[in-house]
Design a binder for this molecule. Sequence first.
Ligand code: MOS
Length: 676
Amino acid sequence: MNRVEGRVKVTGLATYAAEYPVEAVAYAYPVQSLVAKGRIVRVHDAEAREMPGVLAVLSCEDPPRLAEDAEAELALFQSRDVAYRGQIVAAVVAGTYENARAAAAAVRVEYDPDDHDVALRTGHPGFYRPDVVNPNYPSDTVKGDVEAGLAGAAASVDVTYSTPVLHNNPMEPHAALAVWDPEGRLLVYDSTQGASPDRDTIAQTFGLPGEDVRVVSRHVGGGFGSKGSTRPHAVLAALAARAAGRPVKIALTRQQMFDVTGYRTPTIQRLRLGADAGGRLTAVEHVAYEQSSTLVEFAEQTATPARVMYATPALRTAHRLVRLDVATPSWMRAPGECPGMYALESAMDELACALGMDPVELRVVNDADAEPEGGLPFSSRNLVMCLREGARRFGWRHRDPEPGVRREGEWLVGTGVAASTYPSRRRPASAFVFVRDGDYVVQVAAADIGTGARTALARIAADTLGVPPDQVHVELGDSDLPEAPVAGGSMGTASWGSAVVRACEELRNGDGKEGRADTTGEVGNDAQLARHAFGAQFAEVRVSSVTGEIRVPRLLGVFAAGRIVEPELARSQFIGGMTMGLGMALMEETLTDEEFGGFLRRDLAQYHVPACADVPDVEAVWLDEQDGELNPMGSKGIGEIGIVGTAAAIGNAVHHATGHRVRDLPITPVRILSRF
Ligand code: MOS
């Protein structure tokens, strides 16, 4: 299927949050903190208030009312304390964007600054063990005796990797348009990954009943996690609209996005692996060090893939967190699995080198027939088939394992492999389907963030109803539609699709006119099983021995993700994830400003993401995997697994090409050249 919304998108008719035509709209522009820690002594806004078109100035001087239990990142202007540089500390509302921006620049905030600490570093005295890591895993696990397993190993590695702060850069900036009606009900057009949960959070933040808030987000230009939870811009739009007595629009600039829409926590990860002479693991230890803000504890689940991946008699995983004077980290494509598998799969490559063993074979001999940590059986697990199929397609058997010996002129050439994994979950959702003019209308408060959710759900409904997909019309992106979970955690299609199938079944088996479903009971009865998608990624790299430039002429991903609902959409998800993984491997890095706090590199001129020329040949294929333990479609989520393992495959290929192991991402020309 082609995307059902393709035509409105390419003709410019698809309406995004900031584009809804509303009468008498005003504009809000934030004022951001210039210190990383301290107290606001005074907000001097007299000059701004006199400037042309200014309708209101918001700050802690006269704090607008919000619920007392509002989340700290969303409780705008409620406190005089500054938690990070870039935090929104005031805002100006004016009749035009330009006037709002000019007046915001005239607001002077007087601070009583404190010393700040923004640097994640080994040995930080503030590290502690969080009770749980996201979404609700135990922080630490231990099985067997790691020290004994390492002591008895024929080969072992003890290596530390680091990954930097990373930022999502969806093409559509975070934007919201807030409209209050005379009865005090709030309508927010928001760029969000989930209208229902966004509605709930905004209602909670304002102390309103849920039915008094509506969120509309029919088209979203990417999110990757950064629009997975309510961000401050939406609260600011609603506060500003209340203060100005007019609808208010806010569209963050790219630079503001770097400050207030979350980021992937930097990590320091220590891996200790041991194996016997045949390559069988005797011990796995994965300890992750990460940061959160002083406002909110956000503990990323970085070491959790080690609990899933490989059979081992001794396994220890642990997470340590430090609260710094930084913005709160948030979701970024495959949070946890992505940086965690970078480290684990790089360490597996180092272990293969230490053993003199092929890295594909090392993974094959350590395949697990039950989840290594908890012993749960897998609903399906086809990692080995992905590795075998990938090796066949990539031409792996001709590979000379010797690193640093293939040279074509100035270019050193190498190949690398890594495994991928991501959980296959679903959440309760509801849906309504009915007949209109002989066609079928499916309603669900799902989000299409560029993934093609409309198209996938039309396909799922059509298959259940036994009609052609063009007879199905999907309505989504509105919290007034049947309640649905966020487009996140690779759970969207599995969750919404389950409800759509059940609603269509009810229509089919009932009066043929309408059907309604809520999968809360069904999802609650899912059997206890380990449900995960798996994959294998292969990379070829060319490294210039003169400039250190790294090119990736070939990327291949082979995935086992249950039934693929719609091949065109799936391919886009996989190659999009792999491309983002290439960015993580070689380009993407937000520098933290240790002197002043906040981030450096706050635009796309400096925060580099791959362009088409960087990915000449990226290929994704999948196995035909049957799994009856997932959901009515038999599908596993595919939004995130594509990014998992890519960076390790590329890093391993760089080692194979050059003989040098760069353990700190991104692998830049400077970092590789310094080894030559
Ligand atoms: Mo994804 S980071 O769960 O939106």
